[in-house]
Design a protein around this ligand. Structure first.
Ligand code: NAD
Length: 361
């Protein structure tokens, strides 16, 4: 029976990346029925809503989506579609495997870590009070009664981290480790400074770790983790982090495996999952058929596994690995120099992967 999947091309370079990914997923022979839905800047400009209700309803119905990146204006304009989607569907786990494939240009060829990022709490909750607003004034007055003086020209963002949110994300990290033959989970935090938010995350992480004695557990202060990732990456396996640190460390992980064009991800909740690359919409390359679709294709590999299509997932990953290893029909970011004239486009990279699938690599 065909798998029904919500297909969201996104905006910027999203549509070309999504189309290339759809083609390789279909070439695995797995049967899909795509429910095409809109999200992002284009639908915001035409309808005033970057995440229409019909898009959310579709994912609720199909329970699985694959999504191209969407643009979020900096500082003003609409809020992030990604944050809204994760919140609305309670996709609390963001899993981002960072594995360096042979042939990729990286100083860290042994990298094989998995970042598990909390997706619903922390500074991403959007609890913010603008400088000069009435709410901001009230909050500062209230905080002053607690002895906390804040300058009156401050903007304020609030960082809530709960026992509930921490417990389920750390548990998800241990479950991932068990299912995927991983041996260690590292929890990252800044509990020495933020004792009641990051401190709570660490306390809960230690409790959850106690329930999984067969998996090694350790914690790292976030700045130290960043340092160690680029000096002793082989010491890390699964890393679980609150939302903002998870976002930042995901990009370090992407850099370690050859760039943002290589880094896949899945946002997973109890009732739905949406697979998307770590990178954004790279708008300056829009419509140029230039950017690397590997990250979204590897997100497709994760989706195939999620759907139980394990053999197809392995075949697609092998085909991708073969194209990358050969290094001929790859996009500019995988070539020795960025202006290499032999680089192929997004769509031609998909052709190369489809040829490998056909050759039964
Ligand atoms: P970005 O990831 O879009 O691009 C940063 C740079 O990384 C690009 O200029 C390009 O050099 C490189 N890059 C990104 N994807 C690539 C690919 N597939 N192949 C080759 N190179 C690639 O980050 P940004 O410029 O900070 O953000 C652009 C927009 O995307 C913003 O509006 C941001 O909010 C949004 N964003 C969306 C998502 C998402 O939809 N999940 C995630 C992150 C950022």
């Amino acid at each position: 029976m065909a798998h029904e999947v919500t297909f969201i091309p996104g905006d910027g370079t999203g549509p070309e990346l999504a189309d290339a990914t759809r083609r390789v997923l279909e070439a695995t022979g797995v049967d899909f029925t795509w429910d095409h839905q809109e999200a992002g800047l284009d639908v915001y400009e035409s309808e005033g809503d970057p995440l229409p209700r019909r898009t959310l309803d579709s994912i609720v119905r199909t329970s699985v989506g694959i999504k191209g990146p969407t643009t979020t204006p900096v500082g003003s304009g609409h809020r992030s579609v990604n944050v809204a989607l994760r919140k609305a569907l309670d996709l609390y786990t963001c899993v981002r495997p960072c594995k360096a494939y042979a042939g990729v240009r990286t100083r860290f060829p042994e990298t094989d870590i998995v970042i598990v990022r909390e997706n619903t709490e922390d500074l991403y909750m959007g609890i913010e009070y603008e400088r000069g607003s009435e709410e901001n004034r009230k909050l500062r007055e209230f905080l002053a009664t607690l002895g906390a003086e804040i300058r009156d020209d401050s903007g304020i963002s609030v960082k809530p981290i709960s026992v509930f949110g921490s417990e389920r994300i750390v548990e998800a990290a241990f479950q991932y480790a068990k299912r995927n033959g991983r041996h260690k989970v590292t929890a990252a935090h800044k509990a020495n400074i933020m004792k009641f938010s990051d401190g709570l995350f660490l306390e809960v992480a230690r409790e959850v770790a106690g329930r999984h004695p067969e998996i090694e557990f350790e914690d790292r202060i976030i700045d130290n983790l960043c340092n160690q990732l680029v000096s002793r990456p082989e010491e890390y396996d699964v890393i679980v982090l609150p939302n903002l640190y998870g976002d930042i460390v995901s990009d370090i992980g992407a850099g370690m495996i050859g760039g943002l064009g290589m880094a896949p991800g899945g946002n997973i909740g109890a009732n739905a999952a949406v697979f998307e690359a770590t990178h954004g919409s790279a708008p300056k390359y829009k419509g140029l058929n230039r950017v690397n679709p590997t990250a979204l294709m590897l997100s497709g590999v994760m989706m195939l596994r999620h759907l139980g299509e394990i053999a197809a997932a392995e075949r697609l990953e092998r085909a991708l690995a073969a194209v990358i290893r050969k290094g001929e029909r790859v996009t500019y970011d995988m070539k020795p120099t960025r202006d290499d004239p032999t680089a192929v486009g997004t769509s031609e990279f998909a052709d190369a992967v489809i040829d490998e699938l056909g050759a039964g690599t």
